[in-house]
Design a protein. Structure first.
Ligand SMILES: CC(C)(COP(=O)(O)OP(=O)(O)OC[C@H]1O[C@@H](n2cnc3c(N)ncnc32)[C@H](O)[C@@H]1OP(=O)(O)O)[C@@H](O)C(=O)NCCC(=O)NCCS
Length: 195
């Protein structure tokens, strides 16, 4: 890309960043201009957050579908995503500080309605429940986190896992659905099998 192209791209990114609810220091430089944001006005990014392209972050206002709430996505300080990061936020997704996500992580807080009727699934109102991810959480490559899940501080989720239930703090979890595999033993400072 030529010099002019670079200037145009930077300007476009500046215009986009002005639309965010809030953005911390150092994040502008570490979010690639190729990252796709829908609904940036519903999104807060902490300081030094890094999101490389390709990535797709969508905050969809479901009030048009009858929801009582605007979506709210909050990503903490020192966030480090890898390529292929995808988010669908229709209600609330909160990611704490110092989180590390491997490639192709997907987080969704909403599903389409699932009634069998004259109305196809794609036209049914979405069902949403908040997703809360604590501080210092490490999600391996291709982890999927589904609606209503809380992941505690210091959790590690193994690659390819699908998280459908809460995972307690200070544990390692994995599988489909993700289950606790190890817990941190503060006395011996090692990971041990849960009792
Ligand atoms: C979860 C992970 C961190 C565990 O690593 P580890 O500490 O060396 O794992 P352990 O060998 O102690 O495994 C503990 C148990 O978890 C199981 N396990 C490990 N990874 C798993 C996964 N992704 N899904 C399901 N189970 C998994 C192991 O088979 C073992 O089971 P066991 O209790 O029957 O023996 C690792 O397997 C992993 O998935 N890393 C993510 C890599 C990645 O995505 N990197 C991107 C870098 S940004």
């Amino acid at each position: 890309m030529g010099f002019l192209g670079k200037i145009k791209r930077r300007h476009k990114k500046k215009v986009l960043f002005r639309q965010f609810k809030s953005v911390g220091l150092g994040t502008f430089e570490h979010v690639s201009s190729g990252v796709s944001f829908i609904g940036p006005e519903f999104c807060s990014l902490g300081s030094n957050a890094s999101i490389p392209a390709p990535a797709s972050i969508s905050c969809i206002d479901l009030r048009a579908e009858g929801s009582n709430f605007a979506p709210s996505l909050s990503i903490g300080n020192n966030f480090c995503a890898n390529t292929g990061f995808s988010v669908f936020c229709g209600l609330g997704i909160q990611i704490g500080d110092n989180c590390l996500f491997g490639p192709d992580v997907l987080i969704m807080d909403s599903d389409h309605g699932d009634a069998i009727s004259d109305v196809p699934y794609q036209k049914q109102c979405r069902r949403s429940a908040k997703v809360l991810i604590g501080n210092n959480v490490y999600l391996g490559a291709r982890v999927v986190v589904l609606k209503g899940v809380t992941i505690g501080d210091n959790v590690i989720i193994g690659s390819n896992s699908v998280v459908t239930h809460d995972i307690p703090a200070n544990s390692k979890a994995g599988g489909i659905p993700a289950k606790v595999l190890r817990v941190w033993d503060a006395k011996t400072k090692t990971w041990i099998k849960p009792q």
